[in-house]
Ligand binder design. Structure first.
Ligand SMILES: [Cu+2]
Length: 140
């Protein structure tokens, strides 16, 4: 019986460890979208849910090279653009970023005025080069 209790305790500790490591910044949460951004780099947006929503959003943005290694890209910009639709004027909702302790990983915030399809216009400039890309993201 005692042996069983110890096994149970170990299992609980293992599960706890797994839960903690999955919340680490950078690998945290689910991918919203990945896209190439030039200079052999890939950008990945992610958050807990794996989706963006109308309203305030928090997400992480990470840059990796071809081998999957994080790369510090310097200054990062991200604008969410939606063209005019009917009586709705075009929208530009810029994200703000803070860098994290991990190179190549940034924490972003953006307030999206609408659900629907957005063009995520991302740019960066730093030691890894200069690049620009845009890809579609659907906000719920
Ligand atoms: Cu719109």
């Amino acid at each position: 019986m005692k042996k069983f209790a110890i096994t149970l305790l170990f299992t609980a500790l293992l599960l706890l460890g797994a839960a903690c490591s999955s919340t680490r910044v950078g690998d945290s949460g689910r991918t919203i979208k990945s896209a190439p951004v030039g200079n052999n780099l890939t950008v990945t947006l992610s958050n807990r849910e794996g989706v963006l929503r109308k309203g305030e959003n928090e997400f992480s943005v990470s840059f990796k090279d071809g081998s999957g290694k994080p790369v510090d890209v310097g200054a990062v910009g991200l604008n969410f653009y939606m063209p005019a639709m009917g009586t709705m004027p075009e929208m530009n909702n810029a994200a703000s970023f803070v860098s994290t302790g991990s190179p190549g990983v940034y924490e972003g915030k953006a307030k999206l005025e609408s659900a629907g399809d957005w063009q995520a216009q991302i740019s960066y400039e730093g030691a890894a080069g200069k690049g620009k890309s845009s890809f579609t993201l659907t906000a719920q």
